[in-house]
Each structure stands twice: as structure tokens, then as C-alpha cells.
Design a protein around this ligand. Sequence first.
Ligand code: ADP
Length: 266
Amino acid sequence: LHFDGVPMFENDGSYRGMLFLLHDVTSIRRLEVMRSEFVANVSHELKTPIAAVKGFAETLLAGGVKDEETARSFLQIIYDEGDRLNRLIGDILELSKIESKRAPLEYAPIQLKELFDSIFEVLQSAADKKSIVLHHGIPEHMFIEGDEDRLRQIFMNLLSNAINYTPDGGRVKVETQIKHEGSEEEKIKFIISDTGIGIPKKDLPRIFERFYRVDKARSRNSGGTGLGLSIVKHLVELHHGTITVESKVGEGSSFILELPFMHNLE
Ligand code: ADP
């Protein structure tokens, strides 16, 4: 609690009393704590790849590596870690843009089948490499009103996670259901499910937090930044939707999204 006092005077200048203002600063404090935790996390996340780039470059510069194959593998690490830094910074900027509301949504009608066809086209080669079957059964006539780039980002993130965290030979699919409220078609429910490694029960409530990963090493190896799901959650909320997750270790995960069909355009 923050406490301010000012003296008050009558019109003739005589002393009337004190006016005290009590400010509740708990929410401001909480924001400050969250911000400084975020900065600490970001610094930590950036330090690891930077240390790798510096370390391997130093070794190469010192001329200690005579064998060309080893030198090339060090260069590859430097390149990959550079790539990782790039993705991290991209995701951090994206998150800050969304949070500061500098990126208002541009609503338009979107044909969902077309959207998913084009997303699947991009992800097909990653799925083929692991012999994962991708499937969506979205009918031609299904439309939603939303920001196309943002919706693409949401589904791209969820589906690339599904592919990443599913072993070879699995399957990833998207299903939709229409939810009625009264007689109105109000919401569209998307279920993105995989036959992957699953998420332990104790981690489920935390996976939408920034930088939270169940298995750090696994996420790093697959090129993850740990920010994907927090970006997804923000974007879903900007669309006035909700996202939840159900999962069983060793069986798979389902991310369930509900988005309104239409928006009252302000
Ligand atoms: P990352 O870049 O690490 O994938 P995300 O924010 O996208 O970060 O996801 C956070 C964590 O949630 C991941 O590190 C992973 O542990 C878990 N996760 C996300 N999607 C899945 C999935 N489909 N199956 C299993 N685990 C998942």
C-alpha cells in the first residue's frame, strides 16, 4: 500500500485538514515482478546460444582444429545457434508486440479448408521425415471471421509442436465441431490431437507459461524456444477464444480451441 498526504485549505486560506490518498500498488508490484522475471529468463535463454557461438568460434580461431570435418561440425553448431538466437528474438519481439497491443487484429472472413490445406502443405515435409500422417477433415463451406495471419500462426505452432513431440509413425489430426448456444451457431471447436509423448499431469497447468518446457533438452533439440504456446494463448484470447489441453503420457495430447464464428467489429 502506498500512502500520500496533502494539506487542504479553506478559500480564506485557513487550514481545513489533511487529505490522504491510499494507492493499492499490489497489481503494479506484481507486474514489475513478472517483468523482471521475464527479463531474467530472456537473458538466461540468450546466454546459452551466445556462449556456444563464442566458444566454438574461439576454438576455431585459435587454430587448434586441424581436421576439416571437425571444423565443419563446429561451424554448423555456430550456424545453428545463430539460427536459434534469431528465432528467440523473433518470438520475444512477437510476444511484446502482442502484449503491448501494437498489433491490432485485421478481421476478415476466412475459409478454413483453404487455411488448413496451406498450413499442411508447409508442414508435410517435416511430417514425411518422421512418417507421421497428417489429417484434417474440414468441410469446404466452413468459414470463420478472424485475422488470417494470426490464425495461421496459432495452428502452425500447435501443429508443429504436435509433429515435434510425436515419435515416428504417429498421426496428427485436426477435427472441428460446431457449438450451439440456444439455436445459434456460436462457436467453432478445433481439436488438434497427436499420438505423441504426452505431457505429465503436473506440467499441464504450466505449459502456456513463457519459457516453460517439460523437457528442456528435447525442446532445444527440436529447435523450440519455449515461447510458442504463450504466443498461441495470447493470440487465441485476442480472438476472444479459449484454449485448453488434455494429455496422457505415452498416448498423446489434444489441444482444444474454441473460437467465436463472428465478431462484433468495433
Ligand atoms: P517449445 O518451443 O519448447 O515447443 P512451446 O511453448 O511451444 O515451447 O511448448 C511448451 C512445452 O509444452 C514444450 O516444451 C513441450 O514440453 C510441451 N508440449 C507442447 N506441445 C506438445 C505436444 N503436442 N505434445 C507433448 N508436449 C508438448
